[in-house]
Write a protein that binds this ligand. Sequence first.
Ligand code: ZN
Length: 675
Amino acid sequence: MKNLMHLLFALLLAWAGCQQPAEKPSQTGSDEDFVWKTEQFADKKIIRYRIPGFDSLTLQQKKLVYYLVQAGLSGRDIIYDQNYRHNLKIRRALDHIVRDYEGDRTTDEWNRFLVYAKNVWFSNGIHHHYSGDKFQPEFSRAYFQSLLEAVGHQLDDEVLDAMFDPTIDPKRTNLDPSKDLVKASAVNFYDPDLTEAEVRAFYESIIDKNDPTPPEWGLNSKVVRGPDGRLMERRWYADGMYGPAIREIIKWLEKAAEVAENEAQANALRILIDYYRTGDLEKWIDYNVAWVQATEGDVDYINGFVEVYNDPLGMKGTYETIVEIKDFEASARMQKVAENAQWFEDHSPIMDQHKKENVVGVSYNVVNVAGEAGDASPSTPIGVNLPNNNWIRVEYGSKSVSLGNIIDAYNKADGPVLLHEFACDEAEIERAEKYGSLASKIHTALHEVIGHASGKLEPGVGSPAETLKNYASPLEEARADLVALYFMMDPKMVELGLMPSLEVGKAAYDSYIRNGLMLQLRRIEPGATIEEAHMRNRQMIAKWVYEKGQPDNVIEKVVHDGKTCFKINDYEKLRALFGELLREVQRIKSQGDYEAGRALIENYGVQVDPEIHAEVLRRTEHLHIAPYGGFINPRLVPVTDDQGQIIDIKVEYPDDFTAQMLEYAEQYSFLPDEN
Ligand code: ZN
């Protein structure tokens, strides 16, 4: 499962980075002069990310990362073909034109063509990566024909119709239950002439419902009508469909297995290779069991046909890769926090009877991405929890990771603009620029490691899901946030060396109030209420402390030139209010007090102040912030000696999305136009 909820969370936090827009993106510079966002087009922005910690890896580890990234990119064509049967043909035509066209590249029509090409690269096909709606070209078919002729590229009418006729295959994945899901979806998992009923009947006939340890049925195949008229699977493996790309993937995975960090990791890689060679889903089970148990080492990866969101029937896995390096800094921070879990519990403002005598911090993994491909690129999740096969999760556990450098890059892409628009004064801006990034990371550590681990239920009280029902989730997030907020201003944090001064805590408070009372409303449609759990919890907390602090003017509503902001006048008193609310939210959970929980969320977390909302929408609109982000991958470059032996791997940070797409097309086009 990929974590998109946290994407929202990250975007809303929007901590300021230290970016000063430079003239030219730097290749190797420090965070301060690194350009995070390179361009925007349509509803998308292109972001760069860094790979912290890469240089401290051993040569063997660097090679492992490099081979895994190469393996991932080798399958890039697969996702295009999976998304739509004409995608590869169309993409190659676009690639060819963008690379070679020698005509006028300054006209409006050319620019509209280029946006179309970028949309296609961003979405791995001609349907929007998120909505699944087909892109309608904003240039004429005649113009496109002229571009094709100019570079000497042919496309047949069927493909051109698919591009230009809005009635043909308008939706990649159609989940409208009144439709035939298979027929109404353009995705290339089923022959176009098959019906949903036929496909369902086919799988009914082969799935063993009594198998306690079933494979992920249908995960690695396209369903087609066989020569005898009956349905059959065309499997994706070395000698089957997508074979030319899969054989390349195998080649790199074999090299990776040779430089694995330990035997468990090497063993998992060997089973993965075996799975790709055979297409046997029992081997995919063995692989997932081996992979989830391979927890030692600093490098990890996801590679395979994994997520099933693009299939209207939820069976077919899209190809993806994410290569991950342990976030050494975050791990050290989490460990420091976890070591002191009991201290935090003992000093928490919650009632004594709700404290745990022996608290253990929740382990939480942050990794940094070194490369992504397939369905995870250019648009990426920001957290992943795998494997998806439920019985493996129950029996062997799962790996859950948060993609630290991706989240960081998201925040830095738009953070400064939003900060400058919504901060109350220069001091707040300065604090955010100086400490915002660190404050965000410490908040996450406290929220995850201490927040969710803290507190206990009173004897005989049922689980929050039973007692608090639909309010359990926002209340749990509120509890974890409040633990983090309360301790962010504790001198203990400085004493533990987690922050240089309590200014970091102040930056966290500024941001929380700014987002909870204003900024997050930019994600809400006019007239709507807040539905998402994290958003409900944040507004609930911010509104509650604002209201309770009124007598002492703890948080002041300031309106200047028609612009509203909320200024914190007393951080110590605000901390006490967070503590008071934490005590109450913990009581609600510990006693299962549904009525009190409902009242908190409904009274403070759901309704939107229409005036503030309208103002936020008005003030963010002119900032032109694209809602979707996609990433340029760093480039890993092997350095070789006279004998051709790799002696080092260097990281470069390209800054041109188009150039990277053309480079990938050049290096990783392993599939024919039709598969
Ligand atoms: Zn949480």
